[in-house]
Design a protein. Structure first.
Length: 129
C-alpha cells in the first residue's frame, strides 16, 4: 500500500492506495487501483469542499487531468475536527503511475483555497519502480 499526507491551511488530506488484481487484466493492458482518502478539518472554521483536480501520470508519461464538482457525488462540509472519508478508483494501462491534485475549499467567510493532495503511487506488487 502506498500513502501520502499533506496539510494546507488546516485541511489534512491523507491517501492510501492499493492494487486491485481481481478487476485488472494485464493482457489488455488494464491495471485497476483503489485509493482511500480522509479529509480532516484541523482548523477552527467550517469548510466546504467545492471541487477536485487530479493530475494522473502513468509509466509511459501519459498524463490525464480530471476536474469536477465535489468528490463521489458529495460536496462535504466539515466542522472543525470533522473528517470525511471516501474510496475511489483509477484504471491505468501501465503497472505504475502517480496521482496528485488539489481540492478547492471554501470557508464561510468567503475565503477559498486549494488544499494539496500530495503525490502517491499506484503500483502493482510485482512492478519495479
Amino acid at each position: 500500500m502506498n500513502k501520502s499526507s499533506a496539510v494546507t491551511k488546516g485541511i489534512r488530506v491523507e491517501v492510501k492506495s492499493r492494487y486491485i488484481p481481481e478487476r485488472s487484466d494485464p493482457s489488455l493492458p488494464l491495471y485497476f487501483f483503489a485509493y482511500h482518502i480522509t479529509i480532516t478539518n484541523e482548523g477552527d472554521k467550517m469548510v466546504t469542499l467545492l471541487s477536485r483536480y487530479w493530475h494522473i501520470s502513468d509509466a509511459t508519461g501519459y498524463v490525464e487531468e480530471v476536474k469536477g464538482p465535489g468528490v463521489v457525488g458529495y460536496q462535504p462540509r466539515l466542522e472543525p475536527e470533522e473528517s470525511f472519508d471516501y474510496t475511489s478508483f483509477c484504471p491505468l494501462k501501465t503497472e505504475f503511475g502517480i496521482m496528485k491534485g488539489t481540492y478547492q475549499m471554501y470557508y464561510e467567510d468567503g475565503e477559498s483555497f486549494d488544499a494539496e493532495i500530495a503525490p502517491f503511487q499506484l503500483v502493482t506488487p510485482h512492478s519495479v519502480n
